[in-house]
Design a protein. Sequence first.
Length: 788
Amino acid sequence: MFFKVSDVLTLVSKVRLWCLQIPLPKIAPIIVAALPIPNTLDSKVLEGYSDKIIRGLIARSVKVVSYACDGTEVERSVQHRLNENAADHRTYTVPSPCKLEHYELSTHVALIDGQPVVMVQDSKHALKTFRNNLFSGARALPMGDYLPTYRRIREVAFAEGSPLYHRDVEKLDRQDDNAATRLFSAATLNFLVQNYKEDLGEIVYLFVFGELVDAYQNRHISHSERMKMLLRASYFMQMWQTLLKKCGYAITRYCLSREALDITHLVIKGLFALIMVHRDYSATNPFPLLPWLHGSEGCEHVFGESRGITKDFTMLDFYYMIRKLDVKLREAAAGYNHTYMGAAQVDLLALTTYPSDAKITIIAQQAFEEAESLIALLGIVPSLLYDENSSVRLPSLPSWFPDTEADDTDDLPMLESDANELHQLLCDRERNMETGRLTKRQKDALEHLTFAAVSLSIDDAMKIHDLPVIDDATYDDYLSQDSANIHNALITSTITIAPIEAEDEPEKPLGKGILRTGDLDLSTLVHIRTQHQTLQAAKGVRTRVAQTSQSADGSIRQHLMRQFHEVLRVQQDQALGTGRERQARWCESESTGGAQDKRTGNALNAAQTAAATAKQALKQREKVFQAARVPSRYLRVLHEAGIGPFSPLQVGDYGIVHAEFGLAVGRVTALYNKSGGKYGKHSSIESSTIITGVSYIVVQVFEIMFGRKFRAITKATAMFQVKQFAHLPSTMFLCKLETQPEVSGQTISISSADSATFNALFQSYTTLVDAAKLFRKRQKAPELEPED
């Protein structure tokens, strides 16, 4: 695929697709436009394309009510630009249900050529984002006395009778819709409630965000109920963030990622705006709102069906496929979990009824009280969150803790398809043939491989050609079917029922009224999730073909790629020339995705490399403490942190940590190890025999009281009487305690030897601060170097 930049054609690997979805049951998406684009295309250019298409549709009397996309940074930026650049807006507001104005929910809907166009995030993508944030080691998510973690979800997945599969937590696919749906299902919530009732962090997290997404995905609940679900999530998020700020937590490290927070706001405001626009702009002729159809799943459906025909299609292939895809788009999707066309349980009458402003005010109060109940469940007195005069404790050195992980997995560089890589190898073959350094045997091998690659391309073209052609009569039949489906849906949705003259009775939060922390029956949460979850979540059937399975064509193409790599690698190893020539060839190979780096060619080499890196980092750790002039008698314990093959660092261990407010004792609640590469993920581990083999350590903080006693309620969290957690790089974990402390309620007592070490380090605190600064400088340096 080529994209024209000025007068130069550039090979690109992405297709930009715009689809039109009539938001009614049994209507397939319509492909409006498709364009090959490079990875470097910015939001300003993409906004121009989208704006032109939206205005063109509106000019042809197509009432575009929403613009939906997935959650990548560029896509969100396009939406923000479209909204900001609109000539006019209409504002919708839900007044704050309490005395604080920032609980007010307000959204500005763009009016493009007089038509309200709501910016919507794909709700299923949002669900995957919430799952990935929970699983990420790049941050901790303290919720009062509780800390939801990947470790607990993994334990659930491996427990007997678990509703989760092992593959949902190990070697997981971050873009698996089914795995995300299973995690946030009522069955998983019920399993936690029945078997891990004390893990309220995970229970509340899964409930709140599962409910928010099902406000879009559920087929039959009323829009009033959807409004409550989204407002509950909105109020909970504001309460949670207020708690974090008042306790001195940095939002960048102790809350959802910046990307996830933006997606959450768009999801909440998007559904709110959709309900209001449908209510106000279809008042005389009510039109049902099916929020699950306002997403990017139609585009994914098109791509899925295209790959079902030709796994690695080119732009030309796609152009030939477009007309023939219409048949497949009307059938059940193969290889992808497309539930958006499912019409089971759809209640069109309920979906045509919208709440009044007065009703929304009542709903907001109910949602606010339910959010308070959830906050109370986490050990927090909600009223303390509304005290504007209370002090907010800010982190002392936030620069110690940079947010280095790419949280939005969709923003990572796109993996090259087999077809594109094979095309690049053919280009490499041409360059190598021109050098004249190939042997006759190598030339013959490359010639045969080239013929085989061309044969595969011809075979792809023949597959597309052999697809049944839709004649005009068949196409007219399809249009008639769509027209009948639309007519039936609108007839069903316009049946009127005489209004019931009765005052709205305020519901009790979560059906239980205002509750104390220990009074909430957690089965209530399960019951609510059971009512609101989708049929897909209830059945939990996995329909997506595993990515490890390969088609015959894919296997052949990959076999050819391996053969190309082998011949070209041999030629490169044998070639002679100056050092500058070799460097040019190696750099060229890297930039074009040529031969794979032998050092990281398999898991064994990766493990060996990681071990060597950890040992080197251990030496650097010692040098930093020396440079900071830490007393020599403590260098050994700080160097290795008291960790080794016979004394590994494990979850549940205690150690002396350099927290944001000073020295403290920390109980390890989670350990993470960073994989290689610029976009390496911080994966959960259970133990480590070397301190530098750990990227991040999450600890429960114990602050010194007097003597050998430390308390779980620190100065930072004393206002709320909850525990404090810290998300620390391994450089801030100074040493492991020699002896497990004695635990008594909310306090611990450490041994005399450990107390002596703590006091000595406390006396040398200024040197530890200097060491922290040096570690920070050393962490910055590698980021300036190119990644392999």
